[in-house]
Design a protein around this ligand. Structure first.
Ligand code: XLS
Ligand code: CA
Ligand code: CA
Length: 438
């Protein structure tokens, strides 16, 4: 049975195509530098936003028209798997991602939940035998159910810590079975509301203990995927322990966990933290910890996580700039952790939205590659820091300078010759590349 009957396989038709259900810029086979667009971009479909989300918001009931809406329980879960693999094929998606609760309904006990999960994972495993779509990552949802009200690994309740551990144990087993390239930890409710009732030291020590157990168990079962931490500053808790990449790095280093983790960076989380998307990517990149990306965008007029499909070409260009400079994403990819707006409730909107996101990142890839190939920013930056190539600057870099020699250098200096940073010129240059790349 077909769930998306009105849609056939999405093709690349080029920038002048008027067909809404065609790629204008994403041409998977096109070679950019040393690999194809498909290899650079490694797009993933987020199961929760695409097949589970029903449009519910704090003020209204679900309104999404979906061909599986009449079903319930395991029947619904199975229909979603069938629909998902039809969707992946029609979109030509190389990857997908899911939380445990996205794919199978929860039972009364974890034993029952795991039984449901096993049945659906069997089905997914079967589909994956003939599908090209691979699992980019899976994760455990440790925030929706009321038991996680005070957190999961940072809960004040040790039974909840244990329950969370058991969920991640199962998640790692599923990851291994389905050949997941990564396993993601998003902090969910790992944070706090008020210090008046919180033992922050114990909560953070426990979170580290939890991560160590995950690392140990992965090793025990031979799961070789990459572990990823996904920072987010707030929502659902007011203070999240994994605020941003820099906070995450400090945490991992304190507990000697840094060799085992990289970051999954979400654009909307970066902006909620008061950073740009490219800032978070850069912090991870220069620390050798850029793992994967949740490709979405926030709304600058709203202070919460809107998870929109990415369409801002300036942002996709600067993001791809970091990713190319990183040598690509390795085992990571660009997962569309993005949902259609409530007003976009038709099944075809799921395709339209993914096409918009894929085309936007394809443009970003092409423009960023050209900027790098032409050494536009590299040359400018190298020249800007040239004072460190000789004289006192070189001595600083080589560790030959100290406070005394530096004082000697400036004590009688009257003029300091600075040059313009020319940021407006550079922004215009990026615009010029954006407008002329195609
Ligand atoms: C929520 C997060 C979440 C993670 C996976 O804001 O983005 O969806 O990506 O749990
Ligand atoms: Ca995310
Ligand atoms: Ca999000």
């Amino acid at each position: 049975m077909a769930y998306f009957e009105s849609v056939s396989k999405i093709q690349y038709e080029g920038p002048t195509s008027k067909n809404a259900l065609a790629f204008k810029f994403y041409n998977p086979e096109e070679i950019i530098g040393d690999r194809t667009m498909e290899e650079w971009l490694r797009f993933g479909v987020a199961y929760w936003h695409t097949f589970t989300y029903d449009g519910t918001d704090p003020f209204g009931h679900g309104n999404m028209i979906r061909p599986w809406n009449h079903l319930k329980g395991m029947e619904l879960a199975k229909a979603r798997v069938e629909a998902a693999f039809e969707f992946f094929e029609k979109l030509n998606a190389p990857f997908f991602c899911f939380h445990d609760v996205d794919i199978a309904p929860e039972g009364e006990t974890l034993r029952e939940t795991n039984k449901n999960l096993d049945e659906i994972v069997d089905m997914i495993e079967d589909y994956m035998k003939t599908s090209k779509t691979k699992l980019l990552w899976n994760t455990a949802n440790m925030f929706t159910h009321p038991r996680f009200v005070h957190g999961a690994a940072t809960s004040c309740n040790a039974d909840v810590f244990a329950f969370s551990a058991a969920k991640v144990k199962k998640g790692l087993e599923v990851a291994k079975r389905l050949g997941a390239e990564n396993y993601v930890f998003w902090g969910g409710r790992e944070g706090y509301e008020s210090l008046l009732n919180t033992d922050m030291g114990l909560e953070q020590d426990n979170l580290a203990r939890f991560f160590q157990m995950a690392v140990d168990y992965a090793k025990e079962i031979g799961f070789s995927g990459q572990f990823l931490i996904e920072p987010k500053p707030k929502e659902p808790t007011k203070h999240q322990y994994d605020f941003d990449v820099a906070t995450g790095i400090a945490f991992l280093k304190k507990y000697n966990l840094d060799p085992y983790f990289k970051f999954n960076i979400e654009a909307n989380h970066a902006t909620l933290a008061g950073h740009t998307f490219e800032h978070e990517l850069r912090v991870a990149r220069i620390n050798g910890m850029l793992g994967s990306v949740d490709a979405n965008q926030g709304d600058p007029l709203l202070g919460w996580d809107t998870d929109e499909f990415p369409t801002d070409l300036n942002a996709t260009t600067l993001a791809m700039y970091e990713i190319i400079k990183n040598g690509g994403l390795g085992k990571g990819g660009l997962n569309f952790d993005a949902k259609v707006r409530r007003g976009s409730f038709e099944p075809e909107d799921l395709f339209r939205a993914h096409i918009a996101g894929m085309d936007s990142f394809a443009v970003g890839l092409k423009v960023a590659h050209k900027l790098i190939e032409d050494h536009v920013l590299d040359d400018f930056i190298a020249n800007r820091y040239r004072s460190y190539n000789e004289g006192i600057g070189k001595e600083i870099i080589q560790g030959k300078a100290d406070f005394k020699t530096l004082e000697e250098h400036v004590l009688d200096m009257k003029e300091f010759k600075n040059e313009s940073g020319r940021v407006e010129e550079l922004r215009a240059l990026v615009n010029q590349y954006l407008l002329t790349a195609f």
